[in-house]
Design a protein around this ligand. Structure first.
Ligand code: ATP
Length: 237
């Protein structure tokens, strides 16, 4: 397996606030890797820095072996990293189809329509409601649209920030099933979740971020069985 993403000694600050102090992890091609941790641990900041929306103060980020930590966000997207942000951020006044077309704005090939059909196969409800405005949709449907839109850039690495936030257990299960399906179709996934149980159960590898630093790591099921993880994140002990 090849290393698709390597984050090493990452530190990111908002002015005097050091949100990320020492985060290191590796995502191998084809894996689902999750970052778990409490509110404010620095997970979102880490994803935004990988996307090029924030600049690191120290450390390095490599994608496919090349440094990307000083590249602009649009170049990083064009290299194959897409982020599906927390809170979904779909365009409420645009239709489902327009949202999906926007997700393909970096592309100039002729397969965009075929990929839109692929999103509708993955999420039939989006196909049925393709001409409706996204703002009318439920939280779960907007999450599907946000994932579909991120897929439209044909990413090699899809980063999902809290995809289960605010969703019912049934909808959460559907989103996690879809993540597995995307992996089966060849997409590598970096997942940020507060729902540690669901995320680790699905992940090839997991990392715990605590106060801006990676503190524990291991295969998903192994971390899930770790008493420190169970006490801190699964409300046990
Ligand atoms: P959550 O799941 O709640 O989003 P998180 O692990 O993703 O948590 P971050 O959002 O990365 O954590 O936040 C890390 C720290 O940085 C927190 O202490 C937060 O208050 C702070 N922070 C985040 N964004 C900003 C900002 N724009 N300006 C100043 N501080 C910020």
């Amino acid at each position: 397996m090849s290393r698709l993403l390597t984050v090493n000694g990452l530190s990111v600050a908002y002015g005097a606030i050091e949100a990320v102090r020492d985060v290191s992890f590796v995502v191998e091609e084809g894996q689902i890797v999750s970052l778990i941790g409490a509110n404010g641990a620095g997970k979102t900041t880490t994803l935004r820095t990988i996307s090029g929306l924030l600049r690191p103060r120290a450390g390095e980020i490599r994608f496919d072996g090349q440094r990307i930590d000083s590249l602009p966000a649009h170049t990083i997207l064009a290299k194959g990293i897409a982020q599906c942000p927390e809170g979904r951020r779909t365009f409420g006044r645009m239709t489902v189809e327009e949202n999906l077309q926007l997700g393909a704005y970096t592309r100039s090939d002729d397969k965009v329509e075929a990929d839109i059909r692929r999103v509708y196969e993955l999420f039939p409800v989006l196909g049925e409601r393709r001409q409706q405005k996204a703002g009318l949709f439920s939280g779960g449907e907007q999450q599907m649209l946000a994932i579909g839109r991120a897929m439209m850039s044909r990413p090699r690495l899809l980063m999902l920030d809290e995809p289960s936030m605010g969703l019912s257990p049934i909808m959460t299960q559907r989103i996690f099933d879809t993540i597995r399906e995307l992996q089966a179709q060849g997409t590598t996934i970096l997942l940020v979740e507060q729902n540690a149980l669901a995320a680790l159960a699905l992940s090839d590898r997991g990392y715990v971020i605590d106060l801006g630093a990676t503190t524990l790591e291991g295969p998903g099921p192994e971390l899930l069985a770790d008493t420190r993880v169970r006490e801190a994140y699964l409300g046990e002990g």
